[in-house]
Write a protein that binds this ligand. Structure first.
Ligand code: PLP
Length: 411
């Protein structure tokens, strides 16, 4: 008899976005003429940059000719892309990386979910609350957590680091020892960032406690303010303790194309039961060469084109477009009297629901009164209750229309 991995049974049935879809569909059946604007799911809407499309076309042509055809590529990614990543995303910020410290992949979702495999199941993990749910669910599946407590909206054996209004949505160090720490800045869902000094506190903690930081900087390209670190490696000592996840998804519109990369410095050690240290970089290489066969050549060629002069300009224009949406949402909500976080260095705006209104209650109200769909904060963790996420990834027209409606109907 086939036996299930019982950890999967710990996961509550209804996934956030399917519950949203269910409520929207129900509303549409009852109100077929309602013009619903979706500022909920974090997918992009602008097309790929023309240089990316051109590079991908050329690469496909190469694949169609015997002389230039390529089969399996290196599991870690082609050198032509890794060189550009290091030279453009790290070297100008004073971060030196070796070619074998960067691993090209098909997404930050899969990498952040898979990376935990290298850690023993008895490690104690810490996540911010609210949090991008992938970090939690992947550890649940692996058996590193306890059961889900419906009352609390939390799992056992996870250290949750509350990000609250009083704490300006910034996590504080755990009071009990932890081994794995997931941090994501600029943050999804709060849209907030940490300063270099604030990030250093985490790096120092990890160095003192032999913990490892899993740092997701999928939204670094949206940082507008000088002085906000784009990479954790801008912090002294981070090379010893931090893995960094990056993605072309939001930076260059690759959500449907799939390309990302993960940096695993060779200085990071992970320990066996005798206390002997092992190279995390070597272990991730072993994992990837076993379970992953690389990202397709046309996709990597497209990603490399992002780093041409023309490519940089084109993707910046798209990022500027989204960040103007973010400004419209943030300022519009403030004018309507809402308290908001984020939206300055991130495409997410995290708003407080009025009074004591729950985040699902606010979801229903916004949908029925303004015909605008967002994401209830409770879907990101217990501390997301009382908050609501809007994204800047919509079209300008829809963003403006949504904010006008909120201002007119939600006061
Ligand atoms: N990390 C964070 C924080 C995200 O919000 C997302 C997507 O929404 C991802 C990773 C996934 O990125 P990718 O498209 O590269 O899998």
């Amino acid at each position: 008899m086939a036996q299930i991995n019982e950890n999967y049974l710990k996961l509550p049935g209804s996934y956030l976005f399917s519950e949203i879809a269910r409520r929207v569909n129900e509303f549409k059946v009852q109100n077929p003429d309602a013009d619903i604007i979706r500022l909920g799911i974090g997918d992009v809407t602008r097309p790929l940059a023309p240089v990316v499309v051109e590079a991908m076309k050329q690469a496909v042509e190469e694949m169609g000719r015997a002389e230039t055809f390529r089969g399996y590529g290196p599991e870690q990614g082609y050198d032509f892309l890794i060189e550009k990543i290091i030279a453009n995303d790290y070297a100008p910020r004073g971060v030196q990386l070796g070619m074998d410290e960067v691993f090209v992949s098909d997404g930050a979702k899969s990498d952040t979910a898979n990376f935990q495999e290298i850690f023993g199941v008895d490690n104690i993990m810490a996540v911010t609350d609210p949090v991008y749910p992938v970090y939690v669910d992947s550890n649940v599946m692996a058996g590193r957590t306890g059961n889900y407590d419906i009352e609390k909206g939390q799992y056992g054996r996870i250290i949750y680091l509350p990000c609250t209004e009083e704490g300006d949505m910034k996590p504080e160090l755990p009071t009990a020892p932890v081994d794995m720490i997931y941090l994501c800045f600029p943050n999804n869902p709060t849209g907030m960032t940490l300063t270099k000094e604030e990030l250093k506190v985490w790096v120092d903690y990890a160095r003192e406690n032999k913990a490892i930081i899993l740092f997701d900087s999928a939204y670094e390209a949206f940082i507008r303010e000088e002085g906000v670190p784009r990479s954790i490696y801008e912090v002294e000592g981070a090379r010893e303790v931090a893995v960094e996840f990056r993605s072309f998804s939001k930076t260059a519109g690759f959500t449907g194309t799939r390309c990302a990369y993960t940096v695993v410095p060779k200085d990071i050690m992970i320990y066996d039961s005798t206390g002997e240290g092992h190279s995390l970089n070597k272990l991730w290489l072993r994992r990837q060469t076993t379970k992953f066969n690389g990202v397709s050549y046309p996709v990597q060629a497209g990603a490399a084109a992002v780093y041409t002069e023309e490519g940089k300009k084109q993707i910046q224009a798209t990022i500027d477009y989204y960040m103007e949406n973010a400004r419209i949402i943030r300022e519009g909500l403030q004018e309507a009297g809402f308290k908001v976080f984020g939206g300055v260095n991130a495409p997410y705006i995290w708003m407080k629901t009025p009074g004591t209104m729950g985040s699902w209650e606010f979801f229903d109200k916004l949908m029925t009164e303004a015909h605008v769909v967002g994401t209830p904060g409770a879907g990101f963790g217990a501390n997301g209750e009382g908050f609501f996420r809007l994204t800047a990834f919509g079209t300008r027209e829809n963003t403006e229309k949504a904010i006008e409606r909120i201002k007119a109907r939600m006061k």
